[in-house]
Design a protein around this ligand. Structure first.
Ligand SMILES: NC(=O)c1ccc[n+]([C@@H]2O[C@H](COP(=O)([O-])OP(=O)(O)OC[C@H]3O[C@@H](n4cnc5c(N)ncnc54)[C@H](O)[C@@H]3O)[C@@H](O)[C@H]2O)c1
Length: 381
C-alpha cells in the first residue's frame, strides 16, 4: 500500500449514498490490489456537526467539515464526491471544478437540463476528471449483458423495456421535503420518479441499446398536496409520482419504460429486457447475480430461457471476489465504480458515464417530463 499513489477524497453528504461510496473506497484496495492508486478518506462533510463526526469515525475519515465550501477550498483534497440531494449537485460541482478538483457526482447529474449543461460546460473548460454514479452498469450481470449485446449475438434489436417500481409514497400522510423526504419536493429533486428511478433505466438503456430519438410520456401525481416538512404547511406536490413513456431508439428498436412509487408490493424492482432477432436478455435487480438469456440458435429440443449465475472468474469483475458460485451484492457495484475510476487515472481514459454521458440521460428525462405535461412527442436533440 505504501508505494501506491493517493487519491484524497472529500465526500459531501452522509446519507444512503455517502455510506455506499465510503464502503466502496474502504473495500477497493483489498479486492483490486493491482491498482496504482488508492483512495484516502481525507474528509467528509455534512451540515450537522454531531452527525458528520459520528460518520467520520464510523467510516474512517481523517477529518470532517460542516460547510462544503470549506471542504472544496482545502488543498489536501484531490476529488470531491457529491452525495447530496439533487439541488446541490450543480453548485457543488461547479465550485469543485473551478477549484481544480476531480468530481464524482451522484445521479441524476442535475435537476434540469439547463443545470446539467452548465456542469458540462465547466468540466470542458477546466478539464477536471469526472464521473457520475450510474452504478447499475457495474453490476456484473448487467456488464455481461453489455458484452453479449456488443458481441452481436442478439442480432437486430426490436424491443427494449424497463421498469423501476416502488411503493413507499402511497400514504397521503407522508410529508414532502427535508431530511429523508427531499425526493418528494420538486425544488430539491427536480422531478419525481423520472429523475430518481427512470434516469437509471435510461442510462442503462442508452449504454446497452444506443441513443434515444424521441419520447412520448404519461406522468401522474396521485397525491396532489402534502405537508412540507420545512414550512409545516400543506403544499402542492410538483413531482411525478409515476411515469410511463415509450420511445424510438436510433437503431430502429422500440422502447417502453415504466416507473412508479405506487406499485404496492414493490420496494425497488428494477428490471429490463431486450429482444433481438436471434436472442433475448433480461435482468432483475431482485436477483442481481443472474442474467436470463434465450438463444434461438440453441438446438430446439433444449431451447429455452437459461438463467446464468454470473459468479464465474471469467465474467465481469468476478475474478476479484470469492470463488465461482458465490454471489455478491448491490454494494459491490460501487466498489467496481471506484476501481474503474482509479484505473482511469492510470490510463487517462474517461470513467464512464462522464458528465457528458449523463447529460444525454438528462436530455431524455427533460423530454419525458415535457412530453408528459404537453401530451405530445418530444424529439431528443
Ligand atoms: N446511484 C444510486 O443508485 C443512488 C441511490 C440513491 C440516491 N442516489 C442519489 O444520491 C444523492 C443523495 O441521495 P441519498 O439517498 O444518499 O440521500 P440522503 O437523504 O440519504 O442523504 C443526503 C445527505 O446530504 C446531506 N446534505 C444535504 N444538504 C447538504 C449540504 N448543503 N451540505 C452538506 N450535506 C448536505 C444530508 O444531510 C444527507 O446526509 C441524490 O442525488 C440521489 O439521487 C443515487
Amino acid at each position: 500500500m505504501a508505494n501506491k499513489k493517493e487519491l484524497r477524497i472529500g465526500l459531501i453528504g452522509c446519507g444512503f449514498m455517502g455510506r455506499t461510496h465510503s464502503n466502496g473506497y474502504n473495500r477497493v484496495s483489498n479486492f483490486f490490489p493491482d491498482l496504482e492508486y488508492r483512495p484516502v478518506l481525507q474528509a467528509v462533510c455534512s451540515r450537522t456537526e454531531s452527525k458528520v463526526k459520528t460518520f467520520a469515525e464510523q467510516w474512517g475519515y481523517k477529518s470532517w467539515e460542516t460547510d462544503w465550501k470549506t471542504l472544496i477550498a482545502r488543498d489536501d483534497i484531490d476529488a470531491v464526491d457529491i452525495c447530496t440531494p439533487n439541488n446541490m449537485h450543480a453548485e457543488i460541482a461547479i465550485a469543485a471544478a473551478n477549484a481544480g478538483k476531480m468530481i464524482l457526482c451522484e445521479k441524476p447529474l442535475s435537476r434540469t437540463l439547463e443545470e446539467g449543461e452548465k456542469m458540462v460546460e465547466i468540466i470542458k473548460k477546466t478539464g477536471v476528471k469526472n464521473t457520475v454514479w450510474y452504478n447499475y452498469r457495474r453490476i456484473p450481470a448487467v456488464t455481461l449483458a453489455k458484452q453479449i449485446i456488443d458481441s452481436g449475438k442478439l442480432g437486430r434489436i426490436f424491443h427494449y423495456r424497463a421498469n423501476f417500481l416502488q411503493d413507499w409514497t402511497i400514504s397521503p400522510e407522508l410529508p414532502q421535503g427535508g431530511e429523508g423526504l427531499w425526493r418528494l419536493d420538486a425544488a430539491a429533486a427536480g422531478s419525481g420518479v423520472t429523475g430518481d428511478l427512470l434516469a437509471h433505466c435510461i442510462d442503462t438503456a442508452i449504454w446497452l441499446n444506443g441513443s434515444i430519438e424521441d419520447v412520448s410520456a404519461m406522468t401522474e401525481t396521485f397525491i396532489k398536496e402534502r405537508v412540507h416538512q420545512a414550512s409545516g404547511k400543506v403544499q402542492k406536490v410538483d413531482i411525478d409520482d409515476a411515469c410511463i413513456f415509450h420511445c424510438h431508439f436510433d437503431n430502429g428498436s422500440l422502447g417502453v419504460f415504466e416507473s412508479t412509487r405506487y406499485a404496492r408490493g414493490h420496494k425497488a424492482q428494477y428490471t429490463f429486457e431486450i429482444n433481438g432477432e436471434n436472442a433475448s436478455i433480461r435482468w432483475d435487480l431482485h436477483d442481481l447475480n443472474r442474467l436470463e438469456y434465450f438463444d434461438h440458435n440453441d438446438d430446439s429440443i433444449v431451447r429455452g430461457w437459461r438463467s446464468i449465475h454470473v459468479t464465474d472468474g471469467d465474467q465481469p469483475y468476478m475474478d476479484k471476489w470469492w470463488v465461482p458460485g458465490l454471489s455478491i451484492g448491490y454494494e459491490h457495484s460501487f466498489v467496481h465504480h471506484v476501481a474503474d475510476f482509479l484505473k482511469s487515472l492510470e490510463t487517462g481514459e474517461p470513467c464512464s458515464p462522464t458528465f457528458e454521458d449523463a447529460l444525454v440521460t438528462q436530455k431524455v428525462c427533460e423530454a419525458v417530463i415535457e412530453s408528459g405535461k404537453s401530451r405530445s412527442w418530444k424529439t431528443i436533440n
